[in-house]
Design a protein around this ligand. Structure first.
Ligand SMILES: [Zn+2]
Length: 321
């Protein structure tokens, strides 16, 4: 059922209404940040269409097949390597040319639609220009601007936004049985992404964040060896490095907000108030802004594949200065 998907009430209502009135478009473009549930809503929509009980019950054979990725009338496409290639779109087109086997519709779900290369996008455009009955395409993307305008204009666009922090916090307290302070930290750091809040980052956000910030604030200008060691430790965390940078960024943002007398609710690290207060007394606004700039610059260098170890050393030297 749609109600099992958290949040996005307006979008869910709209889709339900479209099904009820038999006014589904040939193609949807679900757009919005990664990890907020676009795919879950798309799968719920597909179950609504396929379900033997017409309710996306989740229990009937049709719903089960959607969950297990083996429904013959659902075809899923996603980036292979860094892009979606024309062969994948050709396969999709072939799928769409058959009649539905078990459901009333043929559905294709394209995840990461902005990753279609030009040839693939042009091929898909043909399908969108000559839609067949009883077919539905659902494109998912965090960056609609990277999709060909001609494709965008042939899809019904449905924007999704991040779950508000308060709402996410409520859900976290309820589902993870954690305290308000922890839920606050998790909800703020994951920026409305369920995937992040419930996923692998949880341990990093809650436990390791404290250790990491403790080590970082313990560094001093003279302590070159510990600094190099920490830089190495960060550099080794290839997959988590951007999340670690986010944590450090949130810490310095907290210091800045604290300095300007903002209330505790606006901060992330509310379980480290003492550390925040001590550190903020040693910093002035200008130096905090400089450190936040250094963090942004580091992120940019890393996106361009700079040497991780070196980038982290330079960053830490700036942060302890
Ligand atoms: Zn069902």
């Amino acid at each position: 059922m749609f109600s099992r998907v958290l949040g996005h009430q307006r979008q869910k209502n709209l889709l339900q209404k479209a099904i009820r009135c038999g006014r589904l478009p040939h193609a949807y473009l679900f757009e919005g940040p990664d990890g907020i549930g676009k795919r879950l809503v798309a799968l719920a929509l597909i179950k609504m269409l396929f379900c033997n009980n017409e309710s996306a019950c989740g229990d009937c054979p049709a719903c089960q097949k959607v969950d297990h990725h083996n429904h013959p009338d659902l075809h899923q496409v996603g980036p292979e390597g860094n892009s979606i290639k024309i062969e994948q779109i050709r396969t999709l087109q072939k799928e769409l040319s058959y009649r539905p086997l078990e459901a009333n519709h043929k559905v294709c779900l394209i995840d990461g639609a902005e990753k279609m290369n030009l040839a693939a996008a042009n091929a898909l455009l043909k399908t969108l220009e000559e839609p067949r009955d009883q077919t539905l395409l659902i494109l998912l993307t965090p960056s609609p601007d990277s999709i060909l305008p001609t494709i965008r204009s042939r899809c019904q666009r449905l924007p999704f936004s991040r779950i508000p922090r308060e709402k996410l916090q409520e859900v976290l307290v309820e589902q993870l049985q954690i305290g308000d302070a922890q839920a606050h930290i998790l909800a703020t750091l994951s920026e409305g992404s369920f995937k992040k809040a419930f996923g692998k980052d949880r341990e990093l956000y809650l436990k390791r964040r404290r250790e990491l910030l403790k080590t970082l604030t313990g560094l001093s200008k003279g302590s070159i060896l510990p600094l190099l060691k920490l830089a190495q430790e960060f550099a080794d965390e290839k997959d988590l490095l951007f999340d670690i940078l986010e944590i450090i960024q949130a810490f310095y943002r907290d210091l800045l907000l604290l300095k300007h007398g903002r209330p505790k609710e606006d901060l992330v690290n509310i379980d480290l108030m003492e550390t925040l207060e001590q550190t903020s007394r040693k910093e002035d606004t200008l130096s905090l802004l400089g450190k936040l700039d250094a963090l942004t610059a580091t992120r940019r260098h890393l996106e361009r594949n700079a040497n991780r170890q070196l980038a982290m050393e330079v960053l830490l030297l700036k942060l302890v200065a």
